[in-house]
Design a protein. Structure first.
Ligand SMILES: NC(=O)c1ccc[n+]([C@@H]2O[C@H](COP(=O)([O-])OP(=O)(O)OC[C@H]3O[C@@H](n4cnc5c(N)ncnc54)[C@H](OP(=O)(O)O)[C@@H]3O)[C@@H](O)[C@H]2O)c1
Length: 353
Protein backbone atom coordinates (compact mmCIF):
# COMPACT_ATOMS: atom_id res chain seq x y z
CA UNK A 1 0.00 0.00 0.00
CA UNK A 2 1.11 3.54 -0.79
CA UNK A 3 -0.38 5.90 1.77
CA UNK A 4 -0.43 9.69 2.00
CA UNK A 5 -1.12 11.27 5.40
CA UNK A 6 -2.08 14.93 5.56
CA UNK A 7 -0.42 15.82 8.87
CA UNK A 8 1.46 12.74 10.02
CA UNK A 9 3.74 14.16 12.70
CA UNK A 10 1.27 14.85 15.51
CA UNK A 11 -1.00 12.74 17.74
CA UNK A 12 -3.51 10.96 15.46
CA UNK A 13 -1.63 11.47 12.20
CA UNK A 14 1.55 10.22 13.83
CA UNK A 15 -0.25 7.12 15.13
CA UNK A 16 -1.57 6.46 11.61
CA UNK A 17 1.96 6.77 10.23
CA UNK A 18 3.51 4.48 12.84
CA UNK A 19 0.94 1.76 12.25
CA UNK A 20 1.23 2.00 8.47
CA UNK A 21 5.03 1.79 8.61
CA UNK A 22 4.87 -1.19 10.95
CA UNK A 23 2.55 -2.90 8.45
CA UNK A 24 5.17 -2.36 5.75
CA UNK A 25 3.30 0.33 3.87
CA UNK A 26 5.05 3.07 1.95
CA UNK A 27 4.11 6.34 3.66
CA UNK A 28 4.24 9.96 2.51
CA UNK A 29 3.46 12.73 5.01
CA UNK A 30 2.53 16.33 4.22
CA UNK A 31 2.94 19.14 6.75
CA UNK A 32 4.75 22.44 7.30
CA UNK A 33 7.45 20.92 9.49
CA UNK A 34 6.68 23.14 12.48
CA UNK A 35 4.95 20.90 15.07
CA UNK A 36 7.14 17.85 15.51
CA UNK A 37 9.87 15.82 13.80
CA UNK A 38 9.08 13.50 10.91
CA UNK A 39 8.60 9.81 11.53
CA UNK A 40 11.66 7.84 10.51
CA UNK A 41 10.98 5.97 7.29
CA UNK A 42 8.42 8.27 5.66
CA UNK A 43 8.74 10.40 2.57
CA UNK A 44 8.19 13.84 4.12
CA UNK A 45 6.80 16.55 1.87
CA UNK A 46 6.76 20.08 3.22
CA UNK A 47 3.84 22.34 2.42
CA UNK A 48 0.82 24.23 3.71
CA UNK A 49 -2.64 22.88 2.99
CA UNK A 50 -3.88 26.46 2.78
CA UNK A 51 -1.83 26.94 -0.40
CA UNK A 52 -3.21 25.33 -3.56
CA UNK A 53 0.24 25.44 -5.21
CA UNK A 54 1.63 23.31 -2.34
CA UNK A 55 -1.19 20.78 -2.81
CA UNK A 56 -0.44 20.64 -6.56
CA UNK A 57 3.25 20.07 -5.85
CA UNK A 58 2.25 17.30 -3.43
CA UNK A 59 -0.05 15.67 -6.01
CA UNK A 60 2.93 15.36 -8.38
CA UNK A 61 4.45 12.87 -5.87
CA UNK A 62 1.49 10.50 -6.32
CA UNK A 63 -0.24 8.24 -7.03
CA UNK A 64 -1.28 6.72 -3.70
CA UNK A 65 -3.67 3.93 -2.88
CA UNK A 66 -5.21 6.10 -0.18
CA UNK A 67 -4.95 9.40 1.66
CA UNK A 68 -5.79 9.82 5.35
CA UNK A 69 -6.59 13.48 5.97
CA UNK A 70 -6.14 14.24 9.68
CA UNK A 71 -5.92 18.03 9.47
CA UNK A 72 -9.06 19.32 7.76
CA UNK A 73 -10.87 22.12 9.59
CA UNK A 74 -11.94 24.55 6.83
CA UNK A 75 -14.27 23.33 4.04
CA UNK A 76 -12.76 25.39 1.19
CA UNK A 77 -9.27 24.09 2.08
CA UNK A 78 -10.47 20.50 2.30
CA UNK A 79 -12.21 20.92 -1.05
CA UNK A 80 -8.95 22.12 -2.60
CA UNK A 81 -7.01 19.19 -1.10
CA UNK A 82 -9.56 16.59 -2.18
CA UNK A 83 -9.81 18.14 -5.66
CA UNK A 84 -6.03 18.12 -6.19
CA UNK A 85 -5.42 14.71 -4.61
CA UNK A 86 -8.56 12.90 -5.80
CA UNK A 87 -7.14 12.11 -9.27
CA UNK A 88 -3.96 10.61 -7.76
CA UNK A 89 -5.44 8.61 -4.89
CA UNK A 90 -7.68 5.58 -4.76
CA UNK A 91 -9.55 6.36 -1.55
CA UNK A 92 -9.91 9.41 0.72
CA UNK A 93 -10.32 8.92 4.49
CA UNK A 94 -11.32 12.12 6.26
CA UNK A 95 -11.06 12.61 10.03
CA UNK A 96 -14.14 14.46 11.15
CA UNK A 97 -15.77 14.57 14.62
CA UNK A 98 -19.03 13.85 16.46
CA UNK A 99 -19.26 17.63 16.74
CA UNK A 100 -20.79 17.63 13.22
CA UNK A 101 -24.11 16.61 14.77
CA UNK A 102 -26.46 19.41 15.80
CA UNK A 103 -27.67 17.13 18.62
CA UNK A 104 -24.26 16.65 20.27
CA UNK A 105 -23.86 16.65 23.29
CA UNK A 106 -27.52 16.73 24.29
CA UNK A 107 -29.14 13.91 22.31
CA UNK A 108 -28.42 10.26 21.58
CA UNK A 109 -26.71 9.99 18.18
CA UNK A 110 -26.17 7.48 15.42
CA UNK A 111 -24.39 7.94 12.09
CA UNK A 112 -27.63 9.17 10.49
CA UNK A 113 -28.33 11.99 12.96
CA UNK A 114 -28.78 15.56 11.67
CA UNK A 115 -25.62 17.47 10.70
CA UNK A 116 -24.87 21.16 10.80
CA UNK A 117 -25.68 22.84 7.50
CA UNK A 118 -22.39 24.22 6.24
CA UNK A 119 -21.56 24.41 2.51
CA UNK A 120 -18.50 22.63 1.05
CA UNK A 121 -16.90 25.89 -0.03
CA UNK A 122 -17.25 27.73 3.29
CA UNK A 123 -14.27 29.62 4.63
CA UNK A 124 -13.05 29.78 8.24
CA UNK A 125 -15.49 32.55 9.16
CA UNK A 126 -18.56 30.35 8.70
CA UNK A 127 -20.55 29.76 11.89
CA UNK A 128 -18.78 32.38 13.98
CA UNK A 129 -22.07 32.94 15.82
CA UNK A 130 -22.26 29.31 16.96
CA UNK A 131 -19.59 29.49 19.67
CA UNK A 132 -16.32 27.54 19.58
CA UNK A 133 -17.72 23.99 19.61
CA UNK A 134 -20.63 24.82 17.29
CA UNK A 135 -18.39 26.51 14.77
CA UNK A 136 -15.88 23.66 14.89
CA UNK A 137 -18.70 21.17 14.29
CA UNK A 138 -20.32 23.20 11.51
CA UNK A 139 -17.00 23.63 9.71
CA UNK A 140 -16.27 19.90 10.06
CA UNK A 141 -19.69 19.14 8.52
CA UNK A 142 -18.77 21.44 5.62
CA UNK A 143 -15.41 19.63 5.32
CA UNK A 144 -17.22 16.30 5.02
CA UNK A 145 -19.35 17.72 2.20
CA UNK A 146 -16.21 19.06 0.52
CA UNK A 147 -14.69 15.56 0.47
CA UNK A 148 -17.90 14.00 -0.83
CA UNK A 149 -18.34 16.59 -3.57
CA UNK A 150 -14.69 16.42 -4.70
CA UNK A 151 -14.10 12.64 -4.69
CA UNK A 152 -17.60 11.16 -4.35
CA UNK A 153 -19.21 8.86 -1.80
CA UNK A 154 -17.83 5.64 -3.31
CA UNK A 155 -14.19 6.62 -2.87
CA UNK A 156 -14.36 8.21 0.56
CA UNK A 157 -14.73 7.37 4.24
CA UNK A 158 -15.79 9.89 6.87
CA UNK A 159 -14.70 9.04 10.42
CA UNK A 160 -16.35 10.86 13.32
CA UNK A 161 -14.44 10.19 16.56
CA UNK A 162 -15.63 11.36 19.93
CA UNK A 163 -12.93 12.07 22.50
CA UNK A 164 -9.58 10.55 21.53
CA UNK A 165 -7.19 9.56 24.33
CA UNK A 166 -3.84 7.82 24.50
CA UNK A 167 -0.10 8.37 24.36
CA UNK A 168 0.91 11.88 23.19
CA UNK A 169 -2.45 13.39 24.09
CA UNK A 170 -1.85 17.12 24.24
CA UNK A 171 -5.29 18.46 25.20
CA UNK A 172 -4.82 17.66 28.90
CA UNK A 173 -7.69 15.25 29.53
CA UNK A 174 -6.40 11.81 30.52
CA UNK A 175 -3.00 13.33 31.18
CA UNK A 176 -4.54 15.67 33.76
CA UNK A 177 -6.39 12.84 35.52
CA UNK A 178 -3.18 10.83 35.63
CA UNK A 179 -1.14 13.73 36.99
CA UNK A 180 -3.82 14.52 39.55
CA UNK A 181 -4.06 10.88 40.63
CA UNK A 182 -0.32 10.72 41.15
CA UNK A 183 -0.43 13.74 43.50
CA UNK A 184 -2.24 11.78 46.23
CA UNK A 185 -4.73 12.87 48.90
CA UNK A 186 -8.47 13.20 48.46
CA UNK A 187 -9.43 13.53 44.80
CA UNK A 188 -12.66 15.24 43.77
CA UNK A 189 -14.39 12.79 41.42
CA UNK A 190 -17.55 13.90 39.57
CA UNK A 191 -20.43 11.47 39.98
CA UNK A 192 -22.28 9.43 39.03
CA UNK A 193 -19.46 6.98 39.58
CA UNK A 194 -20.98 4.39 37.22
CA UNK A 195 -21.80 6.77 34.38
CA UNK A 196 -20.63 5.17 31.11
CA UNK A 197 -18.11 7.09 28.98
CA UNK A 198 -16.86 6.43 25.43
CA UNK A 199 -13.31 7.68 24.87
CA UNK A 200 -11.49 5.92 22.05
CA UNK A 201 -7.77 5.15 21.95
CA UNK A 202 -5.79 7.13 19.37
CA UNK A 203 -4.21 3.91 18.10
CA UNK A 204 -7.62 2.29 17.61
CA UNK A 205 -8.81 5.26 15.54
CA UNK A 206 -5.59 5.03 13.53
CA UNK A 207 -6.01 1.30 12.97
CA UNK A 208 -9.59 1.74 11.80
CA UNK A 209 -8.56 4.56 9.46
CA UNK A 210 -5.99 2.23 7.87
CA UNK A 211 -8.57 -0.54 7.65
CA UNK A 212 -10.95 1.84 5.83
CA UNK A 213 -8.12 2.95 3.55
CA UNK A 214 -6.97 -0.53 2.59
CA UNK A 215 -10.43 -2.04 2.20
CA UNK A 216 -11.88 1.11 0.59
CA UNK A 217 -14.75 1.07 3.00
CA UNK A 218 -17.14 3.84 1.95
CA UNK A 219 -19.52 5.73 4.24
CA UNK A 220 -19.61 7.74 7.45
CA UNK A 221 -18.88 6.13 10.82
CA UNK A 222 -19.01 7.24 14.43
CA UNK A 223 -15.74 6.18 16.07
CA UNK A 224 -16.16 5.82 19.83
CA UNK A 225 -15.88 3.08 22.41
CA UNK A 226 -19.07 1.00 22.58
CA UNK A 227 -21.94 2.51 24.56
CA UNK A 228 -22.28 1.34 28.15
CA UNK A 229 -18.62 0.58 28.89
CA UNK A 230 -16.37 1.77 30.47
CA UNK A 231 -17.46 4.10 33.31
CA UNK A 232 -16.14 7.24 34.96
CA UNK A 233 -15.07 4.98 37.83
CA UNK A 234 -12.90 2.99 35.40
CA UNK A 235 -11.25 6.25 34.39
CA UNK A 236 -10.64 7.72 37.85
CA UNK A 237 -9.90 4.50 39.72
CA UNK A 238 -7.85 3.22 36.78
CA UNK A 239 -5.67 6.34 36.91
CA UNK A 240 -5.21 6.00 40.66
CA UNK A 241 -4.31 2.32 40.31
CA UNK A 242 -1.74 2.81 37.56
CA UNK A 243 0.03 5.67 39.34
CA UNK A 244 0.22 3.63 42.56
CA UNK A 245 -0.39 6.79 44.61
CA UNK A 246 -2.16 7.00 47.96
CA UNK A 247 -5.17 8.78 46.47
CA UNK A 248 -8.76 8.49 47.64
CA UNK A 249 -11.58 9.42 45.23
CA UNK A 250 -14.44 11.38 46.78
CA UNK A 251 -17.48 11.03 44.49
CA UNK A 252 -19.43 14.26 44.41
CA UNK A 253 -22.97 14.91 43.21
CA UNK A 254 -22.84 16.43 39.69
CA UNK A 255 -25.70 18.88 40.31
CA UNK A 256 -23.85 20.22 43.33
CA UNK A 257 -20.70 20.68 41.21
CA UNK A 258 -22.75 22.58 38.64
CA UNK A 259 -24.20 24.79 41.39
CA UNK A 260 -20.65 25.61 42.49
CA UNK A 261 -19.76 26.80 38.98
CA UNK A 262 -17.24 24.04 38.24
CA UNK A 263 -16.52 24.19 34.50
CA UNK A 264 -17.53 21.02 32.74
CA UNK A 265 -15.17 19.46 30.17
CA UNK A 266 -12.26 21.72 31.13
CA UNK A 267 -11.88 22.09 34.93
CA UNK A 268 -12.84 18.45 35.38
CA UNK A 269 -11.79 16.97 32.05
CA UNK A 270 -14.24 14.53 30.41
CA UNK A 271 -16.96 15.40 32.95
CA UNK A 272 -20.09 16.73 31.30
CA UNK A 273 -23.67 16.39 32.50
CA UNK A 274 -25.32 16.56 29.04
CA UNK A 275 -27.22 13.34 28.44
CA UNK A 276 -25.97 12.80 24.87
CA UNK A 277 -22.25 13.30 25.41
CA UNK A 278 -21.55 9.59 25.92
CA UNK A 279 -24.57 8.32 24.01
CA UNK A 280 -23.05 7.89 20.56
CA UNK A 281 -23.87 4.72 18.64
CA UNK A 282 -20.72 3.45 16.92
CA UNK A 283 -22.04 -0.05 16.28
CA UNK A 284 -21.66 0.33 12.49
CA UNK A 285 -17.96 1.06 12.84
CA UNK A 286 -17.54 -1.84 15.25
CA UNK A 287 -19.34 -4.15 12.81
CA UNK A 288 -17.06 -2.84 10.05
CA UNK A 289 -13.86 -3.59 12.01
CA UNK A 290 -13.27 -0.92 14.67
CA UNK A 291 -11.65 -2.60 17.67
CA UNK A 292 -11.50 -0.70 20.96
CA UNK A 293 -8.91 -1.74 23.52
CA UNK A 294 -9.83 -1.62 27.23
CA UNK A 295 -9.57 1.83 28.81
CA UNK A 296 -7.12 0.47 31.39
CA UNK A 297 -4.66 -0.22 28.55
CA UNK A 298 -4.99 3.35 27.26
CA UNK A 299 -4.46 4.64 30.81
CA UNK A 300 -1.41 2.44 31.41
CA UNK A 301 0.24 3.30 28.08
CA UNK A 302 -0.41 7.01 28.51
CA UNK A 303 1.10 6.91 32.01
CA UNK A 304 4.13 5.06 30.61
CA UNK A 305 4.47 7.70 27.92
CA UNK A 306 4.19 10.52 30.47
CA UNK A 307 7.00 8.92 32.44
CA UNK A 308 9.30 8.61 29.46
CA UNK A 309 8.58 4.97 28.81
CA UNK A 310 6.66 5.76 25.65
CA UNK A 311 7.74 7.43 22.48
CA UNK A 312 7.58 11.15 23.08
CA UNK A 313 7.63 13.72 20.33
CA UNK A 314 10.40 16.15 21.08
CA UNK A 315 9.51 19.35 19.33
CA UNK A 316 8.55 22.93 19.98
CA UNK A 317 4.91 22.19 19.32
CA UNK A 318 4.37 19.59 22.01
CA UNK A 319 4.82 21.85 25.02
CA UNK A 320 3.34 24.84 23.25
CA UNK A 321 0.01 23.18 22.53
CA UNK A 322 -0.79 21.63 25.91
CA UNK A 323 -4.13 23.08 26.95
CA UNK A 324 -4.93 24.57 30.29
CA UNK A 325 -7.24 21.82 31.57
CA UNK A 326 -7.84 20.76 35.15
CA UNK A 327 -8.91 22.00 38.55
CA UNK A 328 -6.32 23.98 40.54
CA UNK A 329 -5.34 22.17 43.77
CA UNK A 330 -6.55 24.96 46.09
CA UNK A 331 -9.95 25.11 44.38
CA UNK A 332 -10.29 21.33 44.60
CA UNK A 333 -9.50 21.42 48.34
CA UNK A 334 -12.07 24.21 48.91
CA UNK A 335 -14.74 22.31 47.00
CA UNK A 336 -14.07 19.09 48.92
CA UNK A 337 -14.37 20.93 52.22
CA UNK A 338 -17.63 22.59 51.19
CA UNK A 339 -18.97 19.27 49.89
CA UNK A 340 -18.21 17.58 53.19
CA UNK A 341 -19.82 20.46 55.11
CA UNK A 342 -22.91 20.40 52.88
CA UNK A 343 -24.19 17.25 54.53
CA UNK A 344 -24.61 15.51 51.16
CA UNK A 345 -21.36 13.54 51.17
CA UNK A 346 -22.02 9.82 50.89
CA UNK A 347 -25.25 10.53 48.99
CA UNK A 348 -26.28 9.41 45.56
CA UNK A 349 -23.13 10.17 43.58
CA UNK A 350 -22.42 6.49 43.11
CA UNK A 351 -25.43 5.50 41.06
CA UNK A 352 -26.71 6.28 37.62
CA UNK A 353 -28.62 9.54 37.02
N1 LIG B 1 -8.32 15.05 19.78
C1 LIG B 1 -9.57 14.63 19.82
O1 LIG B 1 -10.10 14.25 20.90
C2 LIG B 1 -10.38 14.58 18.54
C3 LIG B 1 -11.72 14.20 18.62
C4 LIG B 1 -12.47 14.11 17.46
C5 LIG B 1 -11.87 14.41 16.23
N2 LIG B 1 -10.58 14.80 16.16
C6 LIG B 1 -9.99 15.08 14.85
O2 LIG B 1 -8.82 14.30 14.69
C7 LIG B 1 -7.95 14.92 13.76
C8 LIG B 1 -6.53 14.82 14.24
O3 LIG B 1 -6.29 15.73 15.27
P1 LIG B 1 -4.82 15.86 15.90
O4 LIG B 1 -5.02 16.63 17.15
O5 LIG B 1 -4.15 14.56 15.93
O6 LIG B 1 -3.99 16.70 14.82
P2 LIG B 1 -3.99 18.21 14.36
O7 LIG B 1 -3.58 19.10 15.47
O8 LIG B 1 -5.24 18.55 13.66
O9 LIG B 1 -2.87 18.19 13.25
C9 LIG B 1 -1.53 18.45 13.48
C10 LIG B 1 -0.73 17.98 12.26
O10 LIG B 1 -1.14 18.71 11.10
C11 LIG B 1 -0.05 19.43 10.53
N3 LIG B 1 -0.58 20.70 10.05
C12 LIG B 1 -1.27 21.63 10.78
N4 LIG B 1 -1.59 22.68 9.99
C13 LIG B 1 -1.14 22.40 8.74
C14 LIG B 1 -1.17 23.10 7.49
N5 LIG B 1 -1.73 24.32 7.37
N6 LIG B 1 -0.62 22.53 6.41
C15 LIG B 1 -0.02 21.32 6.51
N7 LIG B 1 0.05 20.60 7.68
C16 LIG B 1 -0.50 21.14 8.77
C17 LIG B 1 0.93 19.53 11.68
O11 LIG B 1 2.25 19.65 11.23
P3 LIG B 1 2.94 21.10 11.04
O12 LIG B 1 2.54 21.97 12.20
O13 LIG B 1 4.38 20.76 11.03
O14 LIG B 1 2.43 21.63 9.74
C18 LIG B 1 0.74 18.18 12.39
O15 LIG B 1 1.40 17.15 11.71
C19 LIG B 1 -8.47 16.34 13.55
O16 LIG B 1 -9.07 16.41 12.29
C20 LIG B 1 -9.52 16.51 14.66
O17 LIG B 1 -10.58 17.37 14.25
C21 LIG B 1 -9.82 14.90 17.30
Amino acid sequence: MRLLILGGTWYLGRAVGELALSAGWSVTTFNRGTSAPDLVGVEAVRGDRERVEDLRRLAERGPWDAVVDTIGYVPSQVFNAATELGPVTGHYVFLSSVNVYTGWPDQPLDDASALFGCPPDADATFGADLGYAGQYGALKAGCERAVLSAVGTERSTILRPGVILGPREYVGRLTWWLGRSARGGQLLAPGPRLRPIQPVDVRDVAQFALHCASSRLAGAFNVTAPMGQPTFADLVEGCIAVTGADTEPVWVDPDWLVSQGVQQWTELPLWRTNQGVWNVDSSRAIAAGLQCRPLRETIADTWAWMNGGGTAITGEGEAGRAADHGLPAEREAELLLEWQQSGQAGGNAGGLP
